[in-house]
Design a protein around this ligand. Structure first.
Ligand code: BG6
Length: 295
């Protein structure tokens, strides 16, 4: 292991982060704040978008990368804060589990934390982020109900995929599915287009997606626990309304979010839910980096 890999470092803002590596061409950076992946390099290329205007000052969530939305996606839960509080909170890096290729972060209920004031239920979250043999990025989120009563939650891994060519970017495999259109009062519609394209604002919750969602340059594998997917691009007007986001940055990413929101997870006391996602790069997009193609 090279110096610094798998160990906690501190950035210029005083925020802790861990760098994972796999071979010469695959790497990921995970922050304690939000257990937030801010960089995923696969085949020598950065695959995630981070806004140049992201605010690196907790409790503000980082704009870009992979925010963890919990205990709710959007407004689908009891919290006043959009997307819950996990993305706004400093998690604990489990140093004992450190390795070059995986890092574990935990977050426990803290009734004294003002961010958790509208969430009364004891819980324990565990997020393992790991790099696989071909540089694939895996998120394994575990939720334990450590309290005496059942609770329900919604959740999403809000991945900002870097898109060098937004007009040429498509999400395939969603044709025929029902989605809730967040730009139309969450009206339920059926997608009858061959692919989702991005020539305007898109903000949809697709229900019951297949375990593999293909998009230009990426495959999203919902390996366990998730069921839905949000597809989002803010386009021109919303970009201007977001203070931590550049006016033109909507051209640089789309979000495809593995989620569980149509049917919230019901978690009994002493029970565990697992949500697992794997992100990979289709062979034609892998790039020429040494170490990228593993036989
Ligand atoms: C998406 C929502 O998941 O997140 C959008 O569908 C929302 O409606 C976007 O604008 C970003 O949310 P936030 O809270 O990070 O600005």
């Amino acid at each position: 292991m090279a110096a610094g890999e798998g160990t906690l470092r501190v950035d210029k803002h005083g925020m802790g982060f861990v760098v994972l590596t796999r071979g010469a061409d695959h790497a990921a950076t995970v922050y304690e704040h939000g257990a937030h992946v801010t960089s995923w390099v696969c085949g020598g290329e950065e695959r995630l978008f981070m806004s140049a205007k992201a605010v690196w000052k907790p409790p503000k969530a980082l704009r870009g990368g992979v925010p963890v939305c919990w205990p709710q996606f959007g407004d689908l839960g009891p919290c006043k804060a959009q997307h819950g509080f996990a993305r706004n909170t400093k998690w604990t890096y489990v140093a004992d589990a450190s390795s070059e290729t995986a890092a574990v972060f935990t977050l426990a209920h803290d009734p004294a934390d003002p961010l958790q004031q509208d969430w009364p239920h004891p819980f324990q979250l565990r997020l393992e982020v790991s790099l696989q043999a071909r540089g694939e990025l895996r998120h394994r989120l575990t939720v334990d109900n450590t309290g005496p009563v059942a609770f329900e939650f919604t959740t999403a891994l809000h991945t900002y995929f870097r898109t060098p060519d937004l007009p040429g970017t498509e999400v395939q495999g969603l044709r025929g599915l029902t989605y809730k259109d967040s730009l139309d009062g969450r009206a339920e519609k059926v997608d009858d287009e061959p692919a989702v394209t991005f020539g305007q604002e898109v903000d949809r919750i697709y229900l019951g997606v297949p375990p593999r969602v293909e998009m230009t340059g990426f495959t999203v594998h919902q390996e366990e626990g998730f069921a839905d997917a949000i597809v989002w691009n803010p386009w021109v007007d919303k970009a201007k309304r977001m203070s931590d986001y550049g006016d033109e940055e909507y051209k640089q990413h789309i979000c495809v979010e593995s989620a569980r929101c149509q049917t919230p997870v019901q978690l009994e006391p002493n029970s565990t839910w697992v949500g697992q996602q794997l992100l990979s790069i289709p062979p034609q997009h892998e790039g020429g980096g040494i170490g990228c193609v593993v036989s």
